[in-house]
Design a protein around this ligand. Structure first.
Ligand SMILES: [Mn+2]
Length: 291
């Protein structure tokens, strides 16, 4: 009997479900990639690792991340696929996984962020279920195990009928709807720049991080400012390119590093003293505007 060691994100759960179909699996270990890389978690010859970096001594390894290569010999498969589920699906080509084609296809699109604006506004089916899975919420482990056991049966109607899944989907839906409303209330378009100011107005739980882009397709960059959640003397500013509209050539990480923040080309954040926030915000908006 094997144990599947995976990440508690949707790709990790689908990977675990597929492995349950093709191998003898009776246990799971959920761990974040950086924790595994720093030696946390135990790996033995009974472990099949999926959607995580390689660790010597495991039974098999399946992954798709460019940075996770190894020169060691291993059983399993690694290639730069859209998801680890895809790597597993292609490896077992004897027909036992054929019925999971649709699930693997949606997992590819979720893991490589190629979902559409409409799907972000109104997620359904497996996509909606994926929105209820957050890999850093480690006390959700019983929920992840339940989802793996439901996913391996590949019956969407049955999964959606589960009380826990249904409740989580409903609360995601409500939270996302509220997030859309407050974005609408507290945002203004300044040419190509969408500016959302939540300061002293809204401190709720954020919905989908791409929701603003499906609501304001005309912007090519989003600048959001809010009160820092724990330090009242600070404001948090985040900036991100519209994933559906690629006309911005602002290097966000570089821009925000001028204010003590950072990120990569497409997205980043910084925190500033709240007395400086209006000035910094105005400078950032100016740097993001173009004709
Ligand atoms: Mn993945």
């Amino acid at each position: 009997m094997f144990r599947v060691t995976t990440r508690g994100d949707f790709d990790g759960l689908v990977s675990a479900a597929l492995l349950c179909v093709v191998e003898e699996v009776d246990r799971f270990q959920f761990i974040e990639p950086d924790a595994l890389q720093h030696g946390e978690g135990s790996i033995t010859h009974k472990d099949i690792i999926a959607n995580l970096p390689f660790r010597p001594g495991c039974a098999m390894w399946f992954d798709h991340h460019t940075s996770n290569t190894t020169v060691r010999k291993f059983k399993g498969s690694w290639w730069v696929a859209p998801s680890a589920a895809r790597v597993i699906y292609e490896y077992y080509s004897d027909g036992r996984l054929d019925e999971f084609e649709e699930l693997v296809e949606i997992t590819d699109r979720i893991d490589s962020a190629t979902i559409t604006a409409e799907e972000i506004r109104d997620p359904k089916g497996y996509l909606l279920i994926s929105m209820t899975v957050h890999s850093k919420q480690m006390n959700d482990e019983p929920y992840w195990v339940k989802l793996v056991n439901l996913l391996k049966e590949n019956d969407l109607t049955k999964i959606m009928a589960d009380d826990d899944v249904r409740r989580r989907c409903e609360s995601y839906y409500a939270m996302n709807a509220e997030y859309g409303e407050v974005i609408g209330l507290y945002s203004d378009l300044d040419k190509n720049v969408l500016v959302t100011d939540f300061r002293r107005r809204w401190h709720g739980e954020a919905g989908n991080r791409f929701l603003a882009f499906s609501l304001f397709p005309e912007c090519d960059i989003w600048v959001k400012v809010m009160d820092h959640p724990s330090d009242l003397s600070l404001a948090s500013i985040s900036v991100g390119h519209n994933i559906f509209n690629h006309t911005s050539d602002v290097n966000v990480g570089e821009l925000l590093s001028r204010y003590g923040g950072g990120g990569h080309k497409g997205a980043g954040g910084c925190r500033v003293h709240k007395e400086d926030a209006n000035r910094v915000l105005a400078e950032i908006i100016e740097a993001c505007k173009h004709d």
